[in-house]
Design a protein around this ligand. Structure first.
Ligand code: OMP
Length: 290
């Protein structure tokens, strides 16, 4: 269990997130399972679209994939839509994952001016917070440096961040590709690489989000993901159409850093634990092949 109590507690010497995630990927393989309790999925599982349904769904997924996936990624929006009762379920899920030593990525996509960003960082990355996760997704639209409070708090507490670079949705290109070979995405990638200079070992704690669906964009925009020396969270597998073979083709020599993530494609195999496990295992086998 993480330390609790004073927000001033200093967990000096704690192992970094990059190192913990690298060990989990080496031991289990490069799969993250997204926990996205969409209303349609709750319905197909025979659950109500309420906090009790959300709780059953979340804890079932954790039980099914907790010993198989390198990490789980709860989609915060799908808890927020249930208000405080939904956020209480998210707190319970994060605490349960912590107790079972399953790494978590809170998919909150936060980003704001620095002083407000400090509050987001407190919410997701500080030990004393009920929503503390091992890592959180961040949006750099206000400038990479606006994320400073989260970057520093993550480093202090042995936690991590995943910064959006090239997202899996087709609309992303209208912002992220701007600038050609000096693109917005390239600026983000280079800033993440510089930030990982503060970490020792093969993998830093500042990751990027690069969709499995981005096709030739890495080459077109001349992005050097190996130089980032951080984990690459790659959503888009399954429900958005990408395959493990696409991932290998897209990421090339950076593939060892890639954590493939899939939600609906695996979750649709529920509500039985064995069905979810089999779907996750199939995806993992695909990611490990070749
Ligand atoms: O940050 C993310 O995880 C993310 C970034 C991105 O570029 N695209 C993307 O789909 N995601 C998230 O990844 C999940 C994808 O879900 P599925 O399409 O069901 O596998 C959702 O929770 C998305 O919000």
């Amino acid at each position: 269990m993480p330390e609790s109590g004073s927000t001033l507690s200093s967990p000096a010497g704690r192992e970094s997130f990059g190192s913990r995630l690298g060990a989990a990927m080496a031991a289990r393989g490069p799969l993250c399972v997204g926990i996205d309790p969409h209303p349609a999925l709750l319905k197909s599982w025979g659950l109500d679209d309420d906090a009790a349904g959300l709780r059953r769904f979340s804890l079932t997924v954790l039980e099914a994939v907790g010993s198989l996936a390198a990490a789980v990624k709860p989609q915060v929006a799908l808890y927020e839509r249930h208000g405080s009762a939904g956020m209480a379920v998210l707190e319970e899920l994060l605490a349960e994952a912590r107790d079972e030593s399953v790494l978590t990525i809170a998919d909150a996509k936060r980003g704001d001016i620095g002083s407000t960003m400090a509050a987001y960082a407190d919410a997701w990355l500080r030990d004393s917070s009920p929503l503390a996760a091992d890592s959180v997704t961040l949006s750099p639209y206000l400038g990479f440096e606006s994320l400073r409070p989260a970057l520093d708090l993550a480093a202090e507490y042995g936690r991590g961040v995943f910064v959006l670079a090239l997202t899996s949705n087709p609309e992303g290109a209208s912002v992220q590709h701007v600038g050609g070979t000096d693109s917005v995405a390239r600026r983000i990638t280079e800033a993440a690489a510089a930030e990982n200079g503060r970490y020792q070992g093969p993998m830093g704690s500042v990751g990027l989000v690069v969709g499995a669906t981005v096709g030739s964009a890495l080459t077109d925009l001349q992005l050097d993901l190996e130089a980032v020396r951080g984990p690459i969270l790659a959503p888009g597998l399954g429900a958005q159409g990408a395959t493990p073979a696409d991932l290998r083709r897209t990421f090339g020599s950076a593939y060892p850093q890639v954590l493939g993530t899939s939600s609906r494609d695996i979750l649709a195999a529920g509500p039985g634990i064995q069905g979810i496990q089999a779907a996750a295992q199939r995806t993992l086998d695909g990611l490990r092949e070749g």
